[in-house]
Ligand binder design. Structure first.
Ligand code: AMP
Ligand code: ZN
Length: 485
């Protein structure tokens, strides 16, 4: 299969550039992942779905991928929370890491090739600090090791931050940063209290600063830099600037990242999400209101990744309706053409013979290849829906065989990106299931949730869903059920 040429808006140059991976059969992509200390909110989920759109688009374009997302399982927040709850870091982060993977599965995010954890990459981090030390970029203060940004002339290249006003030796050692505040950042923190998690290493007894892990893990997984590095826009400065400083400071002759991609934030009702404003949603909050994961996925990916997405339950409803419109057309094609047994088992590109479909197929792919323009790709999907419905309404039979089969295939191909459409007959019957059994399942789920065993609770919800039973949790803690429509 020939490769589709992509262009990306590279944050490094601030311009759209042709994508030129070193090896299209092994495209290396690294994405900053979650800090595992609570449930991901829907803004986080948006940024993970952006990574999925990138992955699925490149796969459709014929590339082979070698992708990583890190799990930050050590930082200030994790340490503080685990101490508060008298738990080890491992025991504290385990259920949150599982919840993260569960959330990704719920919104059909494809599995990546690697999920390196910070706590399992300490050796690589220590090695990187030693390389930076021998390159003269590190100094020590009160047992902490800092990166001296004034000794690194390329500091600020990525985020275009102005370092000229920076006073020498101004340091920052917290894992949460004030934006635009240019300071030397901590590479390695010494242990401050007995209960704080630490590692005994050649650079001291302590733990890594937050930025260090990504540079070290990229090196550990790939032995070099990467073709693409992604993250939310809030990570551009200082996190990514600091990552670049560490990696280029250690290996000045190598390219660290070919293309930097940054995903814009999600707002709720026009505002930044915050718990105090009551506009803070986790994925689970929205599922518990009875919304379908497919509608959530469709909604969160349908805006361009570089636009702010203004989330509201009303807009989610609109997405649900749009999704149903496409789905109904797919069912119509399957039913009218008796094509239920002709749905491909796996995706393999075909040559389209019907000119309108050929054109829409090209337009769809061109839109994705143009910096992942999903809204434009969706316009082609709705044009497909329009012409297919027109065709079905007119009962034009002369080319019906190939038209319907190829439009089914085109929908199937489009679903390689969206991953929300069904191609099987829906089973609606609750035959053989008693209400008593359903209530027993609901009780078991409640107990699992009380025990913080979220994976069992989610498994029960999913099993019920597969049988056509939807659960809704009220604010008062009562769970109700209904038959899926
Ligand atoms: P964290 O778990 O806080 O480290 O964040 C994980 C990812 O979510 C990072 O790439 C963040 O940039 C991204 N992120 C955080 N808040 C939002 C938001 N409101 N909208 C979109 N992405 C976000
Ligand atoms: Zn990172």
């Amino acid at each position: 299969m020939s490769l589709v040429p992509f262009v990306f808006q590279n944050s490094k140059s601030g311009k759209k550039e042709p994508f030129q991976p070193k090896d299209p059969a092994n495209v290396t992509i690294y994405s900053c992942g979650p800090t595992v200390y609570n449930f991901a909110h829907i803004g986080n989920i948006r940024s993970f779905l952006f990574v999925d759109v990138l992955r699925r688009s490149l796969l459709l374009g014929g590339y082979k991928l070698n992708q990583s997302m890190n799990i930050t399982d050590i930082d200030d927040k994790i340490i503080n929370e685990s101490i508060k709850q008298k738990m080890s870091i491992e025991d504290f982060t385990k259920p949150w890491t599982e919840a993260f993977f569960k959330d990704l599965e719920t919104v059909h995010v494809q599995k990546l090739e690697h999920y390196p954890k910070a706590t399992e990459s300490i050796d690589a981090m220590v090695g990187l600090v030693e390389t930076l030390q021998s390159n003269g970029l590190v100094y020590e203060k009160d047992g902490n090791l800092y990166f001296s940004i004034q000794k690194f002339s390329r500091y600020g290249e990525l985020s275009k931050i102005d370092v000229s006003g920076m006073k020498s030796g101004v340091r920052y050692d917290a894992d949460e940063y004030t934006k635009d505040d240019v300071r030397d950042f901590v590479l390695w923190k010494n242990q401050k209290t007995e209960e704080e998690k630490c590692w005994h290493t050649s650079i001291g007894t302590g733990r890594p600063g937050w930025h260090l892990e990504c540079s070290a893990m990229i090196r550990k997984v790939y032995g070099s830099g990467v073709d693409i590095h992604t993250g939310g826009i809030d990570l551009l400065f200082p996190h990514h600037e600091n990552e670049a400083a560490q990696s280029l400071g250690a290996y000045p002759k190598e390219e660290f990242v070919g293309t930097w991609l940054h995903c814009e934030h999600l707002l709720v009702d026009g505002e930044k999400m915050s718990k105090s404003k009551g506009n803070f949603y986790t994925l689970r909050d929205i599922l518990e209101k009875g919304y379908d994961p497919n509608a959530i996925r469709y909604h969160l990916i349908s805006a361009h990744y570089r636009s702010k997405l203004n989330f509201s339950l009303g807009k989610l409803e609109e997405s649900k309706t749009a999704l149903e419109r496409i789905q109904n057309t797919i069912y119509r094609v399957l039913e009218t053409g008796s094509l239920w047994d002709q749905v491909p088992k796996k995706y393999d590109p075909i040559e389209f013979s019907v000119p309108e479909l050929q054109k829409l197929n090209l337009e769809f792919m061109d839109s994705l290849a143009d910096d992942l323009n999903v809204p434009k790709a969706l316009a082609s999907v709705f044009e497909l829906v329009r012409i297919v419905n027109q065709f079905l309404d007119s009962k034009n039979s002369s080319t019906s065989g190939s038209f319907l089969k190829e439009s089914l295939f085109l929908f199937y191909q489009i679903n390689q990106l969206f991953a929300v459409f069904q191609f099987e007959k829906q089973v609606q019957s609750l035959e053989g299931i008693s209400e008593e059994w359903i209530l027993d399942q609901i009780n078991q789920r409640k107990t699992a949730k009380q025990n913080k065993d979220f994976s069992t609770a989610d498994k029960i919800r999913k099993e019920l869903e597969e049988k056509g039973i939807l659960l809704a949790d009220t604010k008062e803690g009562i769970t109700t059920w209904k038959k899926a429509q």
